[in-house]
Design a protein around this ligand. Structure first.
Ligand SMILES: Cc1ncc(COP(=O)(O)O)c(C=O)c1O
Length: 354
C-alpha cells in the first residue's frame, strides 16, 4: 500500500521552536490509516496535524483498546537524521496489538510511514545537543459500540514532537520509591504490552510518591511483592562492583525495553558482564547497603540512562554511590547516545538513516 502525502504548502510549515515542552508541542504533519473488516488497513496518508473526530461510543473510550510506541529521531552530527532501532518498536507495536486483539500493521509500511513523516517534518528535529524528535505511533479502537468485545474498526496514527535533552545539566541521579502498596502488572495480564491502561493504573502511585519527594515508582511483582520488575517508563539495572550489570529477567509482566536490550548487547563489548535474573528486593537493598552494588540506573528511550541515587522502601532510604552518577552509567550513556547522534561507530547496525 502506498502512503498518500497531503503536505502543507512550505510557507505554512513551521520550524522547531527554540523553546518547547515535551509532549505538548507537535510537528506540522501526522500519519493516519484506518482499518475496517471489509477493507483491512486502508487510506494510509500523511497530512496536516489535526484533531480526530470520534463517536463518543468509540470502543477506545470505554474499554481502553489502545496501544502505542515511543521512539526518537536524532540529528546526526555529520548531517542527516537517525532513527535508533525503529524495527524493534514496530515489532513491539504488533506484539502489543496481538495481545490487545487489534489488527497488526504491515512492518514495512509502518517504517515507511515513520521515515516519510520525519522527512516531511525534518525542520522539527531539534539541533540542540541531547534533543530529539519524539515519535509516537498509536492505535485506537474506533467502533461505535458499547457491547464488550474487540472493536471491528481501528485507527493507526503517528504524531511527532520535539523533546529536549532529559538532562540539561548532565546526568543527575533521581530518587525512586519502591511501592509496597500498589502493583503495576501481573504475569498473564497486559504488562508486557505497551497499552495505555498500564500507565493509567500507575498514576495514583506516581502522584503519591511525588508528594514525598520521589520522582518515579519501582514496581515489584504482583504475586509475592518481592521481585523487582521495572520503573514507571524505564527498565532497571544494578551494577555490581563496577563490572557486572544485572537486570530483572523478562517475566511476562515487564515491558521488554529496547534500551534494555541494547545495553545487554552493547555492554559485553565494553568489558562488562551482563545477567538477567529474578531479583529479590531485600537482597538488592542489602547489596546496596553493603556497597556491593555500586550503581543503579533506569534505562529507556526518554532518558536513555537515568542514574538512581536513592531507593526508598518501607520508610527507609537506601543511598547508592553517595547519590552521584557512577562511571558505568556515564559510560553507557555516552556510548548509546554516541551511536544515536553519530559520534560513535554503529557496530550493531542499529541506525536507520531517514
Ligand atoms: C513501562 C516501561 N518500561 C520500560 C520502558 C523502556 O522501553 P524502551 O527502552 O523501549 O523505551 C518503557 C518505555 O517505553 C516503559 O513505558
Amino acid at each position: 500500500m502506498m502512503i498518500k502525502i497531503n503536505s502543507l504548502p512550505i510557507e505554512q510549515c513551521n520550524a522547531c521552536p527554540e523553546e518547547y515542552s515535551f509532549g505538548v508541542t507537535f510537528s506540522d504533519h501526522m500519519f493516519l490509516q484506518n482499518f475496517d473488516q471489509d477493507n483491512g488497513w486502508n487510506d494510509a496518508n500523511i497530512g496536516p496535524y489535526r484533531p480526530l473526530s470520534l463517536d463518543p461510543s468509540a470502543a477506545v473510550f470505554h474499554y481502553s483498546q489502545e496501544i502505542f510506541e515511543g521512539l526518537k529521531a536524532y540529528k546526526d552530527v555529520n548531517g542527516g537524521i537517525n532513527l535508533f532501532r525503529p524495527e524493534e518498536n514496530i515489532k513491539r507495536f504488533n506484539r502489543s496489538a496481538k495481545r490487545m486483539v487489534m489488527p497488526e500493521v504491515d512492518e514495512a509500511l509502518h517504517l515507511d510511514a515513520i521515515k516519510s513523516l520525519v522527512k516531511i517534518d525534518k525542520a522539527w528535529v531539534p539541533d540542540q545537543k541531547g534533543a530529539s524528535l519524539y515519535i509516537r505511533p498509536t492505535m485506537i479502537a474506533t467502533s461505535p459500540k458499547l457491547g464488550l468485545g474487540a472493536s471491528s474498526a481501528y485507527s493507526h496514527f503517528i504524531i511527532t514532537g520535539p523533546a529536549g535533552s532529559y538532562f540539561s545539566g548532565g546526568l543527575t541521579p533521581i530518587a525512586v520509591f519502591v511501592s509496597d502498596e500498589y502493583r503495576r502488572a501481573v504475569k498473564g495480564g497486559v504488562g508486557e504490552a505497551k497499552t495505555g491502561g498500564n500507565y493509567a493504573a500507575s498514576l495514583l502511585a506516581s502522584e503519591e510518591v511525588s508528594k514525598i519527594g520521589y520522582s518515579q515508582v519501582l514496581w515489584l511483582d504482583a504475586v509475592n511483592g518481592q521481585y523487582i520488575e521495572e520503573v514507571g517508563a524505564m527498565n532497571i539495572c544494578f551494577v555490581y562492583e563496577g563490572k557486572k550489570i544485572v537486570t530483572p529477567a523478562l517475566s511476562g509482566s515487564i515491558l521488554p525495553g529496547i534500551t534494555r536490550d541494547s545495553i545487554l548487547k552493547l555492554a559485553p563489548t565494553l568489558g562488562y558482564e551482563v545477567s538477567e535474573q529474578k531479583l529479590d528486593i531485600n537482597e538488592i537493598l542489602a547489596d546496596i547497603d553493603s556497597g556491593k552494588i555500586t550503581e543503579v540506573f533506569g534505562c529507556g528511550t526518554a532518558a536513555v540512562i537515568s542514574p538512581v541515587g536513592e531507593l526508598g522502601f518501607k520508610g527507609n532510604k537506601h543511598i547508592i554511590n553517595s547519590n552521584q552518577t557512577g562511571p558505568v552509567s556515564k559510560h553507557l550513556y555516552d556510548e548509546l547516545t554516541g551511536i544515536q547522534y553519530g559520534t560513535h561507530e554503529d557496530k550493531f547496525g542499529w541506525i536507520h538513516k531517514v
